[in-house]
Design a protein around this ligand. Structure first.
Ligand SMILES: [Zn+2]
Ligand SMILES: [Zn+2]
Length: 280
C-alpha cells in the first residue's frame, strides 16, 4: 500500500514560514491499496488539499476517523467529494452513546457550519467500527480503543505481509511504566506490534510532558519506549505540537533516533512531513 501525508500537525493548524518544511495542516492521511482501494485516515485541515484527482477520481471512498476532536474532523466541510452527488462515502468512527452521524452533526450544523450534515450532496453513511475488524477491498482493517481523552481509536491496516499502524493521539505511558509493563497492559500494543510502519503521537518534548500529563499525548521518550515494546520497522513521528517549528522538530527527530539507539530498538525514526509519501 502507499501512504501520503496531507496533514501531520496536532491540535490546531499552524501555518507560516516557521512550519513550512514539516507542514501546518492537521491530521489527514491517504492510503491506497495495491488494488486501488482508497482510505482516508482522519479529516483534519489537510483533507482540503486532497482533491478528486489525487483520489484517482474514485467515487467509493472510506474515511476512518480516530476520534471526533476538532483537529481530526475540521476539514470535512472542505472535502470536495462530499459535494459530489456521484460519490459514495462511508465515514467510520469510534463507538459512543450517541450515533456517529449525530455526534458529527454537532459540528456540521448551525451555528458552527453553514451546511447541515443532511444537506451534503454525496451519499454518505456513518458506521461505528466493527469490533472484529473488517475488509475494504484487499485491505484488512482492525480498530481498537486507545488511551486518549474521550473514545479514541487506533488503526492497523494490513495488506499481505505489510502492515500500517496509525495512532495519532495516544498517551500509553499514563500511569504505566512502558519499559516493564506486560505487553497486554499497554494501550495500542496489539495494534502496533511488529507493524511495518507505525505512525504515532509525538506531541510533547520530555520537558513539556510533566505539565501536560493526562492531556492524552505522548512525550518523545514515551513514544520511543512504546516503539521499543512494539517493534515496528519504521516509526513516523506525527501530530506535531502547533508550537514546535521546523527547527524544534528536527531536533526532536534527532533526539528520538538517539533514544531509540540507546534502547537498542531496531527502528528507523523520522518526522512525518506534509506532502511526503511512502510505500509500506
Ligand atoms: Zn489530535
Ligand atoms: Zn485528540
Amino acid at each position: 500500500m502507499r501512504v501520503k501525508f496531507w496533514g501531520v500537525r496536532g491540535s490546531i493548524p499552524a501555518p507560516g514560514p516557521d512550519t513550512e518544511a514539516v507542514g501546518g495542516n492537521t491530521s489527514c492521511l491517504q492510503v491506497i491499496g495495491e488494488d486501488g482501494t482508497e482510505l482516508i485516515l482522519d479529516a483534519g485541515s489537510g483533507i482540503r488539499d486532497l482533491t478528486a484527482e489525487d483520489l484517482g477520481h474514485a467515487t467509493r471512498l472510506h474515511i476512518l476517523l480516530t476520534h471526533l476532536h476538532l483537529d481530526h474532523i475540521q476539514g470535512l466541510l472542505f472535502f470536495a467529494p462530499l459535494f459530489d452527488p456521484e460519490a459514495e462515502i462511508t465515514v467510520w468512527g469510534p463507538p459512543g452513546r450517541v450515533p456517529l452521524r449525530r455526534r458529527l452533526a454537532r459540528y456540521l450544523s448551525d451555528p458552527l457550519s453553514p451546511i447541515e450534515i443532511g444537506e451534503l450532496p454525496a451519499r454518505v453513511s456513518f458506521e461505528n467500527v466493527p469490533v472484529d475488524g473488517w475488509r475494504v477491498g484487499d485491505l484488512q482493517i482492525k480498530a481498537a480503543l486507545v488511551s486518549h481523552r474521550g473514545p479514541t481509536l487506533g488503526y492497523r491496516i494490513t495488506e499481505g505481509d505489510a502492515s500500517l499502524c496509525y495512532i495519532p493521539d495516544h498517551e500509553p505511558g499514563l500511569g504505566l511504566k512502558l519499559s516493564s509493563a506486560p505487553g497486554n497492559w499497554i494501550s495500542g500494543h496489539s495494534l502496533a506490534h511488529d507493524a511495518t510502519v507505525l505512525i504515532h503521537d509525538a506531541q510533547y518534548t520530555d520537558q513539556e510532558y510533566p505539565g501536560r500529563r493526562g492531556w492524552g499525548h505522548s512525550s518523545i521518550s514515551d513514544m520511543v519506549a512504546f516503539a521499543g515494546r512494539t517493534r515496528p520497522g519504521r516509526l513516523l513521528m506525527f501530530h506535531h505540537d502547533p508550537t514546535h517549528d521546523d527547527r524544534n522538530l528536527e531536533l526532536l527527530e534527532d533526539q528520538a533516533a538517539e533514544e531509540a539507539a540507546r534502547l537498542g530498538a531496531d527502528v528507523r525514526v523520522q518526522l512525518a512531513r506534509e506532502g511526503h509519501a511512502l510505500n509500506v
